[in-house]
Design a binder for this molecule. Structure first.
Ligand code: UD1
Ligand code: MG
Length: 480
């Protein structure tokens, strides 16, 4: 499974020194989500929150990622099992959950002393690798580096207490006095710290505080006591440190994320009718002069060639649309694992459905209420209205009439239909596979074709028309 990456994201250049180990806290319950799904598996842009965090760790070229699980541990571990790539993925359990300091204590046995540890949360999905890279540089293998932010309403967060410029402590909201509560600079929950120091400080934590928890944030006070420099890097970007606690926050962050993707696409030249009405849940690659109307959804890997136009209300998943093609409104394309390809200058929709394995050549026309699955259509082939092409090989310039279908399934097996170049299939025909229509053949409307049709022949397979002159319709019986 490939990890999700926002557009323009790429692994940062040289491996870092000292090595980076990422610790991701993901044991919390997420009560406010009111969901059976563990919070960190809720999806943003169709990707579990914690997987966004792991993708960022991969971009950092971290040596390892330690995921601390607790609530729904089995499900979280199963969801992430196949992911990691070059990143060594480790899981440790935290049961019960006695606070963020207690959480990171569980990771101590799997952290080596030579690294810098970056602490992240599985429910904070949109932190960018360059922000973390700057924090790691600030840590420089010897300092404690905190990511902070000024919030107009800091209620609930840990306050950054300074003496002059020097950071002295983080005081949790519930432990803060009235004067400390006026501080608007808060700790984001993200830090970079040398592993050896982290371990030393974790061993000194206690739970003598308002919440009776082991606070990770108490290590700031120990650093100050030990004469280790504590540096705070303030971000101006609230989206990067935003955590998810409720469906409302999830939806808000989804919009922020989609807006960023829309801006990136427009900066690359894509014309969006409305950046607020676009959803990209995967990778969307666009050529020049691409136009996308409102309410379109792109999933998985989608590429749109130069000059492609996508009409309103289309869903495009795992497909490649070649230059100059037009996807008319309300079209649904889902390439699944096989993919779908649409050739240059093709016209698709409105209300078309392309399923896995549809391979359409240049200038193909697929019109309203036409479904194509696992079929190849050569250049210039047309199925403009109300048709089904499944498991078919369709030659160039074939015209497939309204209401005609390939009967590809005998109840047990699927069979192929071959329609050679320049065939004309009339309306309301059933082509019972396996069957071949030779080049240039014509099939009369309403025919059910069960045998091969030779090239150039006309095939008509339907009841002959009978006309009875002066037909008197049955009269109604009179009521009693
Ligand atoms: C924490 C910080 C606070 C900061 C805030 C930013 C502490 C003590 N406080 O607050 O200074 O402003 O984050 O959002 O660290 N978790 C576990 N196990 C636990 C407890 C928490 O895995 O025992 C996980 C949660 O699932 C979550 C993350 O740690 O992903 C942070 O926990 P949360 O309760 O949201 O943070 P606070 O304690 O409110
Ligand atoms: Mg808490």
């Amino acid at each position: 499974m490939s990890l999700f990456q926002p557009p323009g994201a790429s692994p940062l250049a040289a491996p870092l020194s000292p090595p980076v180990d990422v610790v991701i806290m993901a044991a919390g319950k997420g009560t406010r989500m009111k969901s059976r799904l563990p919070k960190v598996l809720q999806r943003l842009a169709h990707v579990p929150l914690v997987q966004h965090v792991l993708a960022t760790a991969q971009q950092l070229q971290a040596r390892s990622a330690v995921v601390i699980t607790g609530h729904g541990a089995e499900r979280v571990e199963a969801a992430l099992a196949d992911i990691g790539g070059a990143l060594a993925l480790k899981f440790v359990r935290q049961e019960p959950q006695l606070g963020t300091g207690h959480a990171v204590q569980q990771a101590v046995p799997v952290l080596t002393d030579d690294g810098v540890v970056v602490v992240l949360s599985g429910d904070v999905p949109l932190t960018q690798a360059d922000t973390l890279q700057a924090l790691i540089s600030l840590c420089a293998g010897q300092h404690l580096a905190l990511l902070t932010i000024d919030l107009p309403d800091p209620t609930g967060y840990g306050r950054v207490v300074r003496a002059g410029d020097a950071v002295q402590a983080i005081v949790e909201h519930k432990d803060a006095n009235a004067q400390q509560r006026t501080i608007t600079e808060i700790y984001s929950g993200i830090m970079a710290v040398p592993a050896a120091l982290l371990k030393r400080w974790l061993a000194r934590l206690d739970n003598n505080n308002a919440q009776g928890e082991y606070y990770l944030t108490d290590i700031v006070k120990f650093a100050a006591q030990d004469g280790v420099t504590v540096l705070a890097q303030k971000t101006l970007d609230a989206v990067q440190v935003a955590g998810i606690n409720s469906p409302v926050q999830l939806a808000e962050l989804e919009r922020s994320f989609q807006h960023r993707q829309a801006l990136a696409l427009m900066e690359a030249g894509v014309r969006l009718s409305d950046p607020a009405r676009l959803d990209v849940r995967g990778h969307l690659l666009c050529g020049m002069d691409v136009e996308i109307d409102v309410n379109c959804i792109f999933e998985g890997d989608v590429s749109l060639g130069d000059g492609v136009r996508v009409g309103a209300n289309c869903v495009l998943a795992n497909c490649a649309i070649a230059a100059g093609a037009v996807i008319h409104p309300f079209t649904h394309i889902d390439g699944g694992a096989q993919g779908v390809s649409v050739g240059e200058g093709a016209l698709i929709g409105p209300f078309a459905r392309l399923r896995p394995g549809a391979q359409l050549g240049a200038q193909v026309h697929i019109g309203n209420f036409v479904e194509v699955k696992n079929s190849t259509l050569a250049a210039g082939a047309k199925a403009n209205h109300l048709a089904y092409l499944g498991d078919a090989t369709v030659g160039a310039r074939v015209n497939f009439g309204a209401g005609s279908i390939t009967a590809n399934y005998d109840g047990t097996n699927k069979h192929r239909t071959t329609i050679e170049a320049d065939v004309h299939v009339g309306s309301n025909c059933v082509l019972v596979a396996p069957v071949t229509l030779g080049a240039g053949a014509t099939v009369g409307g309403g025919s059910t074709i069960t045998k091969d049709v030779p090239a150039g022949a006309l095939s008509v397979a339907r009841g002959k028309q009978t006309n009875l002159a002066n037909w008197a319709r049955p009269a109604k019986k009179s009521a009693k």
